[in-house]
Design a protein around this ligand. Sequence first.
Ligand SMILES: CCCCCCCC/C=C\CCCCCCCC(=O)SCCNC(=O)CCNC(=O)[C@H](O)C(C)(C)COP(=O)(O)OP(=O)(O)OC[C@H]1O[C@@H](n2cnc3c(N)ncnc32)[C@H](O)[C@@H]1OP(=O)(O)O
Ligand SMILES: CCCCCCCCCCCCCC(=O)OC[C@@H](O)COP(=O)(O)O
Length: 278
Amino acid sequence: MEGCWLLVLGALLLFLPPFLLLGAFGALRFRLKIISYCALCLLFSALAVPVCLLKRGGRSADNMSVVRAFGRLMKYVYGVRFEVKGLENFNIEGPCVVISNHQSVLDMMGLFEILPDRCVQIAKKELLYAGPSGLVAYLAGVVYINRKRTSDAKSIMAEVAQTMLKENLKVWVYPEGTRNNSGDLLPFKKGAFHLAIQAQVPVVPVVYASYHTFYNQARNLFTSGKVKVEVLPRVETEGLTGENVSELTEKCYTMMRKTFFQLSNKAYETHGSVLAAQ
Ligand SMILES: CCCCCCCC/C=C\CCCCCCCC(=O)SCCNC(=O)CCNC(=O)[C@H](O)C(C)(C)COP(=O)(O)OP(=O)(O)OC[C@H]1O[C@@H](n2cnc3c(N)ncnc32)[C@H](O)[C@@H]1OP(=O)(O)O
Ligand SMILES: CCCCCCCCCCCCCC(=O)OC[C@@H](O)COP(=O)(O)O
């Protein structure tokens, strides 16, 4: 009897290390893949910098099409495919504020997949120091803000409201304000909506389905996969004032959250109760 237990113990001791190793290997493989993704971003950015400089000599929103062309190559390397609906909702004469959910650094693929012409993003200022990627984003007109200094961020956004009208720019904001891979949307910050109302331009919401089937940081999962994307109809802001910011934020949030659950094949949950997804 005792020999039997010893045998079981022996077998466990024999098989456990490879399993542990396999677990560690999964984590390592995931890390390496993310590092390779960032390295590729840096490499493509480094290639795009001279093209931007030669074409336009400095910072210009027109350079974004150069970055977009390089950015669109990334999906072939990682086997990520996009199924896009509603692209015609980008057909807007003049400026608008585009808002979308932000799950991970992988969003750069989905961003460049559908990015309209003359559209610049709002980014955290830390990205300016990401070597060639920070530089190329600067050359392509990305607006950097310091999230820790709300008053500075607000005054930069107020300037953006002027610039987008003067220079006919679309501005892409991630209203969650940070990456979020939780399988739900974070509450929205209000900057994007102040911006749209100040400039009196429409908001165009874009929703990317949850990456959970092929990418999950907690489970060290990063394989090839398909992402459904939907560009929703514009939300007008003409005639709205500062008093309507919260209402506009809420409206866009609810619309995008419903779409997010639908695209991700999940039952729609209001915070508290559960409703069936349409
Ligand atoms: C070459 C190939 C491949 C290579 C790829 C590499 C190259 C890439 C190149 C190019 C692509 C670049 C892509 C970059 C992507 C980057 C993504 C990011 O970095 S995401 C993080 C940064 N973005 C944000 O954070 C924006 C969203 N945040 C906001 O809009 C916030 O509202 C913000 C920062 C302006 C303020 O944040 P608060 O934390 O203080 O939050 P609140 O609750 O919104 O505001 C507090 C109070 O201030 C008022 N407020 C906000 N904005 C206002 C304004 N403009 N005017 C007046 N009041 C305002 C609000 O109404 C609120 O007041 P009441 O609670 O309503 O009383
Ligand atoms: C000097 C080397 C650093 C390595 C840099 C890797 C270069 C990749 C640059 C791709 C741009 C990624 C955009 C992005 O996804 O940024 C994250 C922010 O939105 C939100 O930040 P956070 O969640 O609040 O930390």
